[in-house]
Structure formats: structure tokens, C-alpha cells
Design a protein around this ligand. Structure first.
Ligand SMILES: *Cc1c(COP(=O)(O)O)cnc(C)c1O
Length: 386
């Protein structure tokens, strides 16, 4: 089929990848007579996930948000306990704690990686602090040596919201393996997706056993399935987090295609990084910074404009050229619920405020072909910062 070079079919910000066997596995699950949880696809997806992440334990959940909720239920903070959370993240990183009566304490991020600023963590610690939650923004690792050292010195847990970081590394160690627990998201916009899905990775067997109970309405049903108990009973608090086989089947197909997905995403990421370097230098725009020792999973690509007016103008400029670009994360510390339920660390979060106003995210998905990426790059580089 001949495609005109003037074709201006809009390029979406995102297009969920459909993995090779995704539909076949869904069909198989539907016809197998086993569509609820705990079936063969749940087992297989969990095994593949442990292989990809190197995690000792993994439990699937129905979203990244419910993975964080599950993790917070397992962690069990007392009301009034504090958890250090970056201001610049998705609401679910903080909501999970608020639902348990704990208080998120918002700390600012670094201007280069947009990650929790490790230099500001210590000033936010009080005698109520229980944990430090890190978000590896764009899958580029937080400064884990320093954060782990601070946590150990103060007797705090490290917890990872690793929604961006599946496949990323910090000094040869996979992201999601630094904390007591880590949450993953398989939302449609993430590298591995089943529409809505998530998982918790856990380092200790005791926590993993509790997670199995909490995600099954507080019952020991999993032990019943394994033949370890004669009947299952209500043994703890809990809710319903187990994904259906239909979702798990999609995850299996996605995880089997993980290397292919990642290969394509890295190629797109590099395409932007190289293709936009001169323009960015010339226009005073900054690009993602990947510190030494960090290997990222090409989750997202962003540009940081000098101010909000230029950010808005660039998005409009791209839209006119059929390219959908977006921005995200309204800082949590100054959001209505953040102010009601959380506390802001001394010094406030000026960097989070500033980057939230200036960021543009470009289309990045494994099926973005070279020709379309060329169109995005041409559209960006025809913009002049004013
Ligand atoms: C996507 C995301 C979540 C939530 O995941 P869902 O699967 O959409 O519920 C949580 N935290 C971060 C940092 C995310 O990017």
C-alpha cells in the first residue's frame, strides 16, 4: 500500500502494544472454563514476572493502584505514621497510605532526573516516619545507595513505586529489588500492559504470605487451593485484588514479548535523544538525564521547556502537525487532597512546581515506526522557543 508522505494521520501519544499471542491466550482462557483468578495464566504470568525482575516473590493485582493499596495493607502503618513520598508522582503513590490513615510527607525532586531528591530526605524524617517511598521516574533509578543508607540509619523501610521501571537497573540490580516491596503497573500506557493490571514484588516470604491473604479478601484460600488446609477462613483484613485469567493471559503474552517490546522502545527513545539534541541545545530545552550506573527501560521521553507558555505553545504547535503530546503530574503537595491528608517537608517543593509547568511528553510506544517518529522530530524541531 502506497502511503503519501503528506499523510497527516494523527500520531497518538500512546498506542498499547498487542503482543503476538495476546488474543490467542485470551481465547484459550475464555474457553478453558477457568476465567477467575489462580488459573494457569496467573501462575505463568507470576513466574515470568519473577524471571524478568529477579524478585523472590511476586503477586499479581488488578492495577498499579491496587498493587500500592495491597502493599500498604501488608505494610500496615498505624494511623498517623508518616511515609516520605515525592511530590512529583502519580496520586496512587500517596493515596495508598492515606487509605490506611498514614500521612504522606511530600519531598521535592531533583531537577535533573525528576526523582526524589535524596539530599532532602533526612530533613523530612520525624519519629513517626516508617518508610521512604521512591518512584523511579521514567524508569531512571533514584540514588538508591544514598536512600538505602539513610533508611538503614533511621530504621525505615524502603518501598518502590516501580510503575515506570520494569526492566530498569541501578548498578546492575533490577529496579523493584531494593525495597521490602515494590509495585508495578501494567496499565495500557506502561511498557508491559494488559489494559489494567499490576503486581507487588516482595523480598521476604512472611510479607509474601500476608500479601496472598490480603489480596484474597483476608482469607487463606490460596492455601486451600494448594491443599494445605481443609477449608479456607477469614484470617486477616483484605480485599479483592486477584486478576482474572483473561487479564493474566494477556500479561503472559506481553511478558513473553518483553525483549521485543523493549528493543523497539529503546530504539524510539534513542531516536528522540539523538534527533532532538542539537535543537534542544540551541533552544535552551533540556532532555532526560541518565546518571552513571542507571540503565533505564525507555518508559517515557520528555522535554523540559524554559517556561509554561512555551510548553503550551509547543503542545499546540505539535497538535497542528498531527502529533499528540501531553504533560503530567500536578504536584501532590499543593493538590487539594495532598494538603488535606499530607504534609510538606521543610523547604516546600519548588522544583516539582516548576517542572510540572514546563514538561512535554512525546509519543513513545513500541509500534511507533521510523517514519512517524521522523514526523514527530520534524514537528518538534520546527518549533522556536520564544
Ligand atoms: C501508572 C502509575 C501508577 C498507577 O498504576 P495504574 O495501573 O494506572 O493504577 C502508580 N504510580 C505511578 C508512578 C504510575 O506511573
Amino acid at each position: 500500500m502506497a502511503v503519501s508522505t503528506t499523510d497527516l494521520t494523527p500520531i497518538p501519544f500512546h498506542r498499547p502494544h498487542v503482543a503476538e499471542n495476546q488474543l490467542a491466550y485470551v481465547t484459550e482462557a475464555m474457553h478453558s472454563g477457568w476465567t477467575s483468578g489462580y488459573g494457569p495464566f496467573n501462575e505463568k504470568a507470576t513466574r515470568l514476572l519473577r524471571e524478568v525482575t529477579g524478585a523472590r516473590h511476586a503477586v499479581l493485582s488488578t492495577s498499579g493502584t491496587t498493587a500500592l493499596d495491597l502493599l500498604a495493607l501488608v505494610f500496615d502503618p498505624r494511623p498517623g505514621d508518616e511515609v516520605i513520598v515525592p511530590s512529583y508522582t502519580f496520586v496512587s503513590s500517596a493515596n495508598a497510605w492515606v487509605l490506611r490513615g498514614a500521612v504522606p510527607v511530600f519531598v521535592d525532586c531533583r531537577p535533573d532526573t525528576l526523582n526524589l531528591d535524596e539530599e532532602l530526605v533526612e530533613a523530612a524524617i520525624t519519629d513517626r516516619t516508617r518508610a521512604i517511598l521512591v518512584v523511579h521516574y521514567a524508569g531512571i533509578a533514584c540514588e538508591m545507595d544514598k536512600i538505602t543508607e539513610i533508611a538503614e540509619r533511621h530504621g525505615l523501610a524502603v518501598i518502590e513505586d516501580n510503575a515506570h521501571g520494569l526492566g530498569g537497573f541501578y548498578r546492575d540490580r533490577p529496579l523493584g529489588s531494593f525495597g521490602a516491596m515494590a509495585a508495578l503497573s501494567f496499565h495500557a500506557t506502561k511498557n508491559v500492559q494488559c489494559g489494567e493490571g499490576g503486581a507487588v514484588l516482595l523480598a521476604e516470604s512472611e510479607l509474601a504470605e500476608r500479601a496472598e491473604i490480603v489480596r484474597e479478601k483476608g482469607t487463606n484460600r490460596k492455601q486451600f487451593f494448594r491443599g494445605q488446609v481443609d477449608m479456607y477462613r477469614w484470617v486477616d483484613i483484605g480485599s479483592a485484588f486477584v486478576p482474572s485469567e483473561i487479564l493474566a493471559a494477556q500479561l503472559v503474552a506481553q511478558l513473553e514479548s518483553f525483549d521485543k517490546i523493549q528493543f523497539r522502545r529503546h530504539s524510539v527513545w534513542r531516536g528522540y535523544h539523538e534527533g532532538l539534541a542539537d535543537w534542544a541545545d540551541d533552544q535552551g530545552v533540556s532532555r532526560p538525564v541518565v546518571p552513571e550506573g542507571c540503565a533505564h527501560p525507555a518508559h517515557l521521553y520528555y522535554l523540559m521547556l524554559p517556561d509554561m507558555a512555551n510548553r503550551q505553545a509547543l503542545i499546540a504547535h505539535l497538535k497542528e502537525r498531527g502529533v499528540q503530546a501531553i504533560f503530567h503530574y500536578s504536584p501532590l503537595h499543593s493538590s487539594p487532597a495532598g494538603m488535606r491528608y499530607g504534609r510538606t517537608a521543610p523547604g516546600g517543593c519548588p522544583v516539582s512546581e516548576s517542572i510540572a509547568d514546563r514538561m512535554v511528553r512525546l509519543p513513545l510506544y513500541s509500534d511507533l515506526d521510523e517514519r512517524d517518529q521522523e514526523r514527530v522530530i520534524d514537528a518538534v524541531t520546527s518549533y522556536r522557543v520564544t
